[in-house]
Write a protein that binds this ligand. Structure first.
Ligand SMILES: NC(=O)c1ccc[n+]([C@@H]2O[C@H](COP(=O)([O-])OP(=O)(O)OC[C@H]3O[C@@H](n4cnc5c(N)ncnc54)[C@H](OP(=O)(O)O)[C@@H]3O)[C@@H](O)[C@H]2O)c1
Length: 218
């Protein structure tokens, strides 16, 4: 399986690239910074330069040629303001999904966030509100497309080692944290599981092994 990952140098993406390579899949990381090529290659993935805030759908469509799946794992990240929540967390996902449709790449897994799907609470910090608004809009865009999509909403991400144990279910899942390594393992398991198409799933740490958790909602 050839899997193109938007945000290919992200923390989840690098972990996912290694997992995909270990099981014999081919990962392609889309990155905007040429200085990140070495890290992506060290994760056994192909690195392709593509700034998702500057590229056109046509540019991305060409990059998706021959792919079997797309993972949207990009994000404006901590320290960014409201404008980049919109230009990355919303608009770059819309760009990738549109290009996937044009390229005929049907499988699309979007990394969203717990908290998406509802308007931000009144009085919420402006940047958090922009983030949740962007993620909610990106989800809505994806659901309206003719793609085999899955939306994954992790809870708070940590850099703890993988536990292999998660709680994965349609919303609402109680708030919690989850290691990025477990998120990567869940994405890898979801990718080739057709029973998870057209599902929105929330993810935290839990007490179910990843394979069993994915099987239970398929
Ligand atoms: N933090 C949390 O607790 C939390 C919780 C739930 C969900 N999430 C979501 O989980 C996802 C992945 O998280 P993570 O921790 O792996 O993220 P991360 O390490 O911040 O990675 C995000 C990646 O997106 C890339 N990116 C930003 N703008 C780009 C652009 N214009 N073109 C191409 N790439 C671009 C960044 O590249 P640069 O290095 O070049 O900026 C970075 O490599 C994000 O969507 C995040 O919103 C986070």
């Amino acid at each position: 399986m050839r899997v193109v990952i938007a945000g290919g140098h992200g923390k989840i993406a690098l972990l996912l690239e290694r997992l995909l390579a270990e099981r014999g899949d081919q990962a392609v990381g889309l990155i905007r910074n040429p200085g990140h090529v070495t890290d992506v290659r060290k994760a056994s993935a192909e690195a392709v330069i593509c700034d998702l805030e500057a590229a056109s759908a046509g540019d991305v469509r060409v990059l998706l040629s021959g792919a079997d799946a797309v993972v949207f794992a990009a994000g404006a990240g901590p320290g960014s303001g409201a404008a980049r929540k919109d230009s990355v967390d919303r608009a770059a996902s819309v760009l990738m999904a549109g290009a996937a449709e044009q390229a005929g790449v049907r499988r699309f897994l979007q990394v969203s966030s717990m908290g998406a799907g509802q308007p931000p609470r009144p009085g919420t910090d402006e940047v958090w509100a922009a983030y949740i608004t962007a993620k909610t809009a990106a989800e809505a865009d994806l659901r309206a497309r003719d793609l085999d999509w899955t939306i994954l909403r992790p809870g708070g991400l940590t850099d703890a080692p993988a536990t292999g144990m998660v709680r994965l279910a349609p919303p609402p899942v109680p708030a919690g944290t989850v290691p990025r390594a477990d998120v990567a393992a869940v994405i890898a398991a979801l990718l080739d599981e057709p029973g998870t198409w057209h599902q929105t799933l929330e993810l935290t740490g839990g007490d179910t092994p990843v394979a069993a958790a994915v099987h239970s909602i398929s």
